[in-house]
Write a protein that binds this ligand. Structure first.
Ligand code: GLU
Length: 445
């Protein structure tokens, strides 16, 4: 059996960190099992679904390195839903109901007032043909409910939550189709999962009750049910589902110069018993992916943890990983020199400018200015090489008696305009002789 997962966003907005995590886990699981991953666009809501969001979802996934093996759209499958709905209608597993929203609301209030759960009372099942004809004659349109089988206990072993049990008699028969004929989420999703041979449904635990209903839908069609994994939700550091997380997406990460590898490394591991580690190679993360490691407690998303992880990941990125975003002339050697100093990739340009100039002029003490002049003369006399820094500073040590900070800091200041930065031994050959001498001279002049 080929493993197949799907990520099913509704294109009614941008992906946020919570959906990105779900997409990632679906993709990782499929990858690990040598299976396939489908992007399914749940765009049955014609009003709210927007093409710009479809484009953005594709682009965000691509940026994260999540490449679907195929793409499906619910909006192109309405005929199929109609066909399968008709089967359920014939077998009596869906039924028309005519209550208005206010009537349903009133029923719920009465039930709650009597201390009962507000489960739908199946009033519509008692309607006679002539009552239905009257409603239709009045111009009332039916909405449709799926009839749960109260005799059939709902059970599954969730890959994260373990054994699950629901008594269908305690659930409302869900509305699956509105008065205007449009579809609610529940039935099309089940039909798609069957038609697309989805073997594993991985989604947030807010869908657990939907799963209970959908299992009976699979059974109503005589289909096998897929495996389910419901992951604990994502919360912010304050321990709550925050509004901010709900709007934090790829755009926000890019603004903060977070690399896709960092988000992937974080979201692959939070909420699991594996530690969050700076792993830039996604296949290493894929190898360690296992639903058994997922906990039931909410996964905590911490911006600070992400920023720190990002810095460590940047320090692991190879020249080929970043080449496209580096300044044109920056070589692999230069990347290796600059890389350990970066907090994030936005700082590359600044350090590259330290190599290529112009640099800011540093304020030197008078005695240091003299020392720099002396250093300049010595440098000019030495043959230039890759190890020039070492040779130059040992010559200076001998002739001036300076050592440690008093030897190195004035040179760093004069050559870079800064009191900190990449290893001078590596930086100096990158600057080159002419540029180094100019800087030493300009500072002194
Ligand atoms: N469109 C649904 C959602 O975004 C999909 C849920 C599912 O994975 O079945 O919640």
């Amino acid at each position: 059996m080929t493993i197949k997962t799907r990520f099913a966003p509704s294109p009614t907005g941008h992906l946020h960190v919570g959906n990105i995590r779900t997409a990632l886990h679906n993709w990782m699981f499929a990858k690990k099992q040598g299976g396939a991953f489908v992007l399914r666009l749940d765009d049955t809501d014609k009003e709210r679904s927007k093409e710009e969001y479809v484009t953005a979802i594709r682009a965000d996934l691509a940026w994260l390195g999540i490449h679907p093996d195929s793409e499906e759209r619910q909006s192109s499958r309405f005929d199929r839903y109609e066909e399968r709905f008709e089967e359920l209608r014939k077998s009596g597993r869906v039924y028309p109901a005519y209550e208005t929203a206010q009537e349903l609301d009133l029923k719920r209030k009465v039930q709650l007032g009597r201390g009962k759960p507000p489960t739908y009372d199946r009033g519509a099942l008692d309607l006679t043909d002539s009552e239905i004809a009257d409603f239709e004659a009045e111009g009332r349109k039916a909405h449709w409910r799926f009839k749960l089988d109260h005799e059939q206990a709902i059970e599954w072993t969730d890959l994260i939550r373990g054994d699950q049990h629901f008594d269908p008699a305690l659930l409302s028969d869900p509305v699956i189709r509105r008065e205007d004929g449009s579809w609610l989420y529940m039935l099309p999703s089940t039909i798609d999962d069957m038609d697309m041979n989805i073997t594993h449904v991985v989604r947030g635990e807010d869908h657990v009750a939907n799963t209970a209903v959908q299992i009976q839908m699979f059974q109503a069609f005589g289909a096998a049910t897929p495996e389910f994994a419901h992951e604990a939700l994502l919360v912010g550091t304050e321990g709550k589902l925050s509004k901010r997380l709900g709007s934090l997406g790829v755009g926000g990460f890019r603004e903060r110069h977070i690399e896709p590898q960092s988000i992937v490394a974080l979201l692959a591991r939070i909420g699991t018993s594996d530690p969050v580690e700076p792993i830039a190679d996604v296949m290493t993360l894929v190898e360690s992916f296992d639903f058994n490691r997922f906990g039931r407690a909410p996964a905590r998303f911490d911006d600070e943890e992400l920023a720190q992880l990002n810095q460590k990941i940047v320090h692991l990125l190879d020249y080929d990983d970043v080449r496209q975003v580096l300044p044109e002339a920056m070589t692999a050697e230069a990347w290796a020199v600059v890389r350990p100093n970066l907090h994030d990739m936005s700082e590359v340009d600044r350090w590259w400018q330290v190599v290529t100039g112009p640099i800011g002029t540093a304020q030197l003490e008078d005695e240091d200015r003299e020392f720099v002049a002396q250093a300049c003369a010595i440098l000019e006399a030495l043959p230039w090489s890759e190890t020039i820094w070492k040779e130059w500073t040992s010559a200076l040590k001998q002739s001036t008696g300076r050592k440690g900070r008093s030897l190195f800091m004035p040179l760093r200041l004069a050559l870079t305009g800064l009191d900190h930065g990449p290893d001078m031994g590596a930086l100096l050959p990158l600057m080159g002789r002419d540029s180094a001498l100019n800087r030493l001279k300009n500072d002194f002049s």
